[in-house]
Design a protein around this ligand. Structure first.
Ligand SMILES: Cc1cc2nc3c(=O)[nH]c(=O)nc-3n(C[C@H](O)[C@H](O)[C@H](O)COP(=O)(O)OP(=O)(O)OC[C@H]3O[C@@H](n4cnc5c(N)ncnc54)[C@H](O)[C@@H]3O)c2cc1C
Length: 486
């Protein structure tokens, strides 16, 4: 408004000059007036020198080819791969919309930074194998000229899964699949376990699987910032704001089975700017839903699931925020530097944190005990009642631990099968998903970003076939069942 008023003021001045000249007014008078107006404007604006009246750099562009909703690790990875795989440099205009540049509630920075190859689904193993390669060569993938190299603080300590008599056969099968896919994992008997990790109480343990390569943990902030820095250098645009609405057009059609469906195409994303009631419209060709724990809400905004239950139209994106606690404790007698990330058969996990006998860990609550996701407050009783007893049973040294701090974060929890949702929506034809990874989205982000970019640019998965992770499985009732969920 201010810019327009001032601009009109100057225009009026120009018109006035024309009139004034006709009336015989001098050019000097006019120049003086303009100079006075400029001085007045300068006196009310900060800066002194003549500058554009509005700084619009915080606003999104009016058009983008791809709008990515969510600037967490998954959104940034999609942005990275879109730019990396574009046929001609600068061909695709990518905008990342992130409502909170401090990432105060983002799963990425509240995670525990683990990467493992020990999954049961070949697709998950392949995703983590590629991500491990990406992390190992991060300074080739994410190098930015004149910027210092990234230090991921990678701890290559492996994961150790423990199984009871009942779970041993499944563990053996899982390891078979892992090896077939190229992961280096070994099975250990309780006796071998006692020899290698004498601090473990092996009672109730029938078998263990231990990752020998490509497993451990790293600093999630470093990966996030590295991706951010890189994509900015590649020309990706950023905007701090919240996506609040999509404008789309609809076409009705009938499927071969006679079902009436409405196809939608999003034309415009509306972004509510930070600390403002204003929204900015951004015209776009493609929308990527990478809003993590909130991606179910974004899908709903676009009309996903608005139809009769049981129909494709009525199928929701089953992703919601689920609160998970992480506790950090000190224990001078605890396991030493050789300790892997231990996933106990009780569901409790822990790993070292740094070099000073500090550890972190937790466990997922039972379905019927899910805490209210309305805030990120920590329940300290949960540690006392659900985490500490099995922990101290498995590692008796932990009987003397002292909790030092704790935090909570949201899993981007897929209530259908706890696995990722990747690729396009069948009815909202230009909305793509990169979400729902529950507890393993950080480690798979490098590979998932590539898969989504392939789908957007080529129309199919090229490197890893992620068809079992398509949205359509929710309608078809085909679960992508993963046995190794933490
Ligand atoms: C306690 C905990 C431990 C974990 N441990 C691991 C682990 O060891 N290994 C592993 O691989 N994974 C782990 N995870 C899971 C992993 O963190 C997530 O799967 C992953 O970070 C998801 O990334 P994301 O980019 O989708 O989500 P986020 O990092 O949450 O990013 C989504 C972004 O979208 C933004 N957003 C949402 N709505 C809007 C909107 N309307 N407009 C604009 N922006 C919006 C949010 O502000 C947010 O920044 C853990 C998670 C938790 C909570």
């Amino acid at each position: 408004m201010l810019r327009r008023a001032l601009w009109l003021g100057l225009r009026r001045g120009l018109l006035g000059r024309e009139l004034g000249t006709r009336r015989g007014g001098s050019t000097l008078d006019w120049d003086g007036k303009v100079s006075n107006i400029k001085k007045k404007i300068q006196s009310i604006l900060p800066g002194g020198a003549w500058k554009p009246l509005y700084d619009t750099s915080h606003l999104p562009p009016e058009q983008a080819d791809v709008v990515i909703v969510g600037g967490g690790v998954l959104g940034l990875s999609v942005a990275y791969w879109l730019k990396r795989l574009e046929k001609r440099r600068g061909a695709i205009r990518v905008l990342v919309v992130e409502r909170d540049h401090t990432y105060s509630q983002a799963s990425t920075v509240l995670s525990v930074g683990g990467i493992r190859q020990q999954f049961s689904l070949p697709e998950n193993i392949q995703l983590s194998l590629f991500s491990a390669e990406f992390l190992r060569n991060i300074n080739e993938y994410l190098a930015v000229v004149d910027d210092p190299p990234l230090d991921l603080q990678f701890n290559p300590s492996g994961y150790l899964f423990l199984a009871s008599e009942k779970g041993a056969a499944t563990m053996e099968n899982n390891v078979k699949v892992q090896r077939q896919e190229g992961a280096k994992v070994c099975l250990m008997s309780p006796e071998q376990l006692r020899k290698k990790f004498p601090w473990i109480n092996t009672e109730g343990v029938a078998l263990a699987s231990y990752g020998l390569e490509n497993e451990g943990w790293f600093d999630p902030w470093c990966l996030l910032q590295g991706l951010r820095r890189k994509v900015q250098s590649m020309g990706v645009l950023f905007c701090q704001g919240e996506v609040t609405r999509f404008v789309s057009s609809s076409t009705h059609m009938e499927t071969i089975s006679g079902e009436e469906v409405t196809l939608k195409r999003i034309h415009e994303v509306q972004v509510k700017m930070d600390c403002s009631q204003e929204y900015q419209p951004v015209e776009c060709a493609i929308v990527v839903n990478a809003a993590g724990a909130w991606s179910g809400q974004i899908a709903e905004l676009a009309g996903v699931g608005k139809g009769l239950p049981g129909t494709l139209q009525g199928t929701k994106l089953p992703v919601e925020p689920r609160k998970r606690y992480v506790y950090l404790w000190h224990c001078p007698q605890g396991p030493g530097l050789e300790a892997p990330l231990v996933a106990d058969l009780s569901g409790v996990y822990f790993r070292r944190e740094g070099l000073g006998n500090n550890y972190l860990g937790g466990c997922s609550p039972a379905e019927e005990e899910e805490p209210d996701p309305g805030n990120l407050e920590v329940d300290h009783d949960f540690f006392q009642e659900k985490v500490w007893p099995p922990l101290a049973w498995r590692v008796p040294a932990f009987e003397t631990l002292k909790v030092q701090r704790a935090w909570a974060g949201y899993y981007d929890y897929n209530t259908f099968d706890q696995n990722g949702v990747v690729g396009p929506h069948p009815l909202i034809v230009n909305m793509y998903f990169a979400t729902g990874f529950s507890g393993h989205g950080l480690q798979q982000a490098p590979a998932v970003g590539r898969a989504v970019a392939e789908m957007v640019l080529e129309g199919h998965f090229q490197t890893i076939n992620l068809s079992p992770f398509l949205f359509t499985r929710f309608y078809l009732g085909e679960k992508a069942l993963e046995h190794c969920i933490l």
